[in-house]
Design a binder for this molecule. Structure first.
Ligand code: DON
Length: 308
């Protein structure tokens, strides 16, 4: 039976991999331009001791925007909903992830949701710690608990590369500071945010993190890593905003709570069933992995994984 499942997964990966040819790796963060666009890896975790994997699963990649799900959960645990949602809204934007346009159209000028860059910057400003390193260590500790892997750290080259080129994110952060959504030093926030986005792991790690979200906040050993209500709330944002301005089409075609990152990763959480980690760096124009979305579409159809 396991062999049949492995064969099915390998076939779906081979099929989805063809999609990678349509896309390109991200280059606006120079270090990401080195990625191999032909890679596709997937890991699926159902709470048993091993992940079910196919493709180039040993590959390390950075979380990029998939980190926004994790900082949101941590900020909610530490500060509570009232404080977090004073700074970010709950609505999808229909705009690209780094868009600045709707900020000026809102009063107060708070970002529409925590998955776009502006919203994620506001959430990251709430993470505990005096310095960017303190905040990073605190976040890494949470990621170690989520994944069960204490060795996860961040990629200094990717963090530095983004820090040196993050002018748009700096502009968003200065705008938010002017409008009292964030406080404190913008450079410290950008330093922490770029390290957060550069946290490096494998598909197995990502699948295990997805499993905790899927399993109502408990890891596969039954330990509560986050409250049920926060896992529920975070998964809802993944559905409505996780794939940015492709979230509607993705909900129709796939129907799995998911969050993409421009490294080409996708974090998936099928409620009460599976955590999924994917890496396929060839992206579409909205910043989502072409092959990654395809493998999720094939998996959802084959195993009836849509939540709808
Ligand atoms: O802030 C940025 O632009 C990147 N560190 C993360 C953006 C991202 O991953 C968008 N996702 N598809």
């Amino acid at each position: 039976m396991l062999c049949q499942k492995q064969q099915d997964l390998d076939e779906m990966v081979a099929e989805a991999k063809k999609e990678a040819k349509k896309g390109e790796v991200a280059t606006y963060i120079p270090a990401l331009a080195k990625a191999d666009p032909n890679i596709l890896a997937v890991s699926i975790f159902d709470g048993a001791s091993h992940c079910f994997v196919s493709g180039d699963s040993e590959h390390l990649f950075t979380l990029q925007s998939a980190s926004k799900v994790i900082t949101l959960a941590l900020a909610l645990m530490d500060c509570g909903e009232a404080v977090v949602f004073e700074k970010v809204g709950m609505e999808p934007t229909g705009d690209p992830f780094n868009s600045i346009s709707k900020l000026e159209a809102q009063f107060p000028s708070k970002p529409l949701n925590p998955m776009i860059n502006a919203g994620a910057l506001a959430v990251s400003s709430l993470i505990k710690g005096e310095t960017a390193q303190d905040k990073l260590q605190y976040l890494l500790h949470f990621i170690h608990r989520l994944s069960g892997n204490k060795h996860i750290t961040y990629n200094k080259e990717v963090a530095r590369s983004e820090y040196e080129t993050a002018d748009l994110n700096r502009a968003l952060a200065y705008f938010l500071k002017q409008h009292h959504i964030i406080e404190g030093d913008v450079n410290l926030l950008i330093e922490f945010y770029t390290m957060q986005c550069a946290i490096e792991l494998t598909c197995d790690d990502l699948a295990k993190i997805g499993f905790v979200l899927a399993n109502e906040g408990r890891n596969h050993e039954g330990e509560v890593i986050m409250p049920y209500e926060i896992a529920r709330l975070v998964k809802t944002f993944m559905v409505t905003c996780g794939m940015y301005n492709a979230s509607g089409e993705f909900a129709i075609k796939v129907g799995i709570p998911a969050k993409s990152g421009v490294s080409g990763c996708i974090l998936g959480a099928v409620p009460n069933r599976l955590g999924i980690g994917i890496y396929g760096p060839a992206l579409d124009e909205k910043g989502n992995s072409y092959a990654g979305m395809k493998i999720l579409e094939l998996l959802a159809a084959h195993y009836h994984l849509s939540i709808f």
